[in-house]
Ligand binder design. Structure first.
Ligand code: BES
Ligand code: ZN
Ligand code: MN
Length: 520
């Protein structure tokens, strides 16, 4: 879909549809009022008749509105004006885009980006409008023989800003949003693919193929033998039960200065998690195709960074394996020596995420990272603690925690901190090895992080547990991968550019010379 930013009067738009907001109860937004004025009270007479209350997400499509140049005008309910926050705004945009897509408007000019959203500015509104628009028309029908064809799909949408002065920032916001949205789409597609297609080697191929799109992106893939040489016995212990060979994907984006320490992202890439010999129950086991969502989010975020040409160095490390039970599989009680030299008693083969991550995190040290962030669908316990709204965040470095929490708030992809106190470390004690790979019934998300923390002592590190947020399984809602936390991570990278005093290369010059609307 094509996006544009524009400033101009609604009644003068020659387009298939102009989209404006109506608040509850039956109150016109500023832009709707303007159309009402030029049309001799056409909109207010319709509202008086009771056709639209203005409840959030309600829509009403009008044709031939007097004295306007567009074919249609779409009224969208915005709820009560004072209650218009982040969630409401995104819902309003989503409903508007869906309606446009389904009612034959192939292009539209949308004024909902001029609504007042509590505490948010133009850049934020444009950013989230573009992201929500992409999400609204996302559709995964690759594997259906009959595709969901929309007869006259929405192809081009113009988002409006109230003055020409805002065009520059709005265009930059739109570029960021489009990069994030394509990262999100990549993650959704990879997540939604079944495990017979999305294998460790498939993930590696997809990572490689990203490099042909971006000059500053390179990819290396290590195979089983190379991992053996490096002593990555924890990764290999998980891979042993599968016919699918493991891969270690190393994706490097070099947008920063040559010697600048990179930001390293490590993603859990379990392409299917049966639990191994500690096998999972049958119910909902198909959800475990999403157990590579952390890996996918690393690819999606790095692709977004490359798309935006961020002046940063970013490295992605993805251990990709399949966790299966087999004659060769690791048994509960087996002990392995990890790449770090520490030994682990694998008491539960279903706690495999931390096993592949620990070797990948040890490998991360080679890059002398500025910070390391790992992303993993690591524990069922985080779903109990935080549900499907917030990622679990645990870190050994407070400034990094704050940066990630802030990036999550701006991108509406929020994380919430859980404590990584030493008090929990004892739960990992093993009588036979340096540690066990499970920490008992209590505080499962924290003990999993405690395990990882033993491999990240030399680095500034944060862990995002995305087991509750990476996909939606509630039948009522749309099922499937969410693409999270690409928005959070990309925002973190964008913030890092500004913070380090480096301008974003693509930032458009905003001359600010024209104050009045252009009246188009
Ligand atoms: N991939 C799962 C975590 C998971 C479970 C994500 C359910 C989403 C929904 C992970 O590998 C796992 O099996 N974790 C175990 C750890 C336990 C054995 C200590 C869990 O959470 O039950
Ligand atoms: Zn898993
Ligand atoms: Mn598991």
């Amino acid at each position: 879909m094509e996006f544009n930013i524009k400033s101009g009067h609604p009644e003068k738009q020659r387009t298939a549809c102009v989209v404006v907001g109506v608040y509850e109860p039956r109150r016109l937004s500023d832009v709707a009022k303007r159309i009402d004025d030029v049309s001799g009270g056409y909109l207010s007479s319709i509202l008086r008749r009771g056709d639209l209350e203005g409840k959030i997400g309600q829509t009403l499509l009008l044709h031939n509105v007097p004295n306007t140049l567009s074919d249609r005008i779409l009224l969208v309910g915005c709820g009560r004006e004072r209650e218009l926050g982040d969630t409401q705004y995104r819902k309003v945009i989503t409903e508007a885009i869906r309606t446009l897509h389904e009612t034959g408007s192939m292009e539209a000019v949308c004024y909902l980006t001029e609504l007042n959203v509590r505490g948010r500015d133009t850049a934020w509104r444009i950013r989230h409008a573009v992201e929500a628009a992409h999400a609204a028309i996302y559709n995964f029908d690759q594997l259906k023989s009959k595709k969901n064809v929309t007869r006259r799909p929405l192809r081009k949408i113009v988002f409006s800003v109230s003055s020409r002065r805002e065009l520059g920032i709005a265009e930059q916001a739109s570029r960021e949003a489009q990069a994030i949205a394509s990262g999100v789409k990549l993650v959704k597609d990879l997540g939604n693919l079944p495990s017979n297609i999305c294998t460790p080697s498939y993930l590696a191929e997809r990572a490689k193929s990203l490099c042909s799109l971006y000059e500053k992106l390179t990819c290396k893939v290590l195979n089983e033998t190379q991992m053996e040489k490096l002593g990555m016995n924890a990764i290999l212990a998980v891979a042993k039960g599968s016919e699918q060979p493991p891969r270690l994907i190393l994706l490097e984006y070099k947008g920063g200065k040559k010697n600048e320490d990179p930001i390293v992202l490590v993603g859990k890439g379990v392409t299917f998690d049966t639990g191994g010999i500690s096998i999972k129950p049958a119910l909902d086991m198909d959800h475990m195709k999403y157990d590579m969502s952390g890996a996918a989010s690393v690819l999606g975020t790095i692709a977004a960074a490359a798309e935006l040409q961020l002046p940063l160095n970013v490295v992605g490390i993805v251990p990709a394996v399949e966790n299966m039970p087999d004659g060769k599989a690791t048994r509960p009680g087996d002990i392995v020596t990890t790449m770090s030299g520490q030994t682990v008693e694998i008491l539960n083969t279903d706690a495999e995420g931390r096993l592949i991550l620990c070797d990948a995190l040890t490998y991360a040290e080679r890059y002398k990272p500025d910070v390391v962030i790992d992303i993993a669908t690591l524990t069922g316990a985080v779903v109990v603690a935080l549900g499907s709204h917030a990622h679990g965040l645990l870190s050994n470095h407070n400034p990094l925690t704050n940066d990630l929490l802030n990036a999550g708030r701006y991108s509406c992809d929020r994380a919430w901190e859980l404590p990584l106190w030493d008090d929990y470390q004892d739960q990992l004690d093993s009588p036979f090895a340096d540690m066990s790979n499970i920490g008992g019934k209590e505080a499962g998300t924290i003990t999993a992080s405690c395990f990882l923390s033993r491999f990240t002592k030399k680095m500034q590190w944060a862990h995002l547990d995305i087991a509750g947020t990476a996909w939606i399984s509630v039948p009522k809602k749309e099922k499937g991968s969410t693409g999270r936390p690409v928005p959070l991570l990309t925002q973190y990278l964008i913030d890092r550019c500004v913070k380090d005093g480096m301008p974003i290369a693509t930032l458009a010059a905003d001359d600010g010379s024209v104050d009045e609307e252009d009246g188009e």
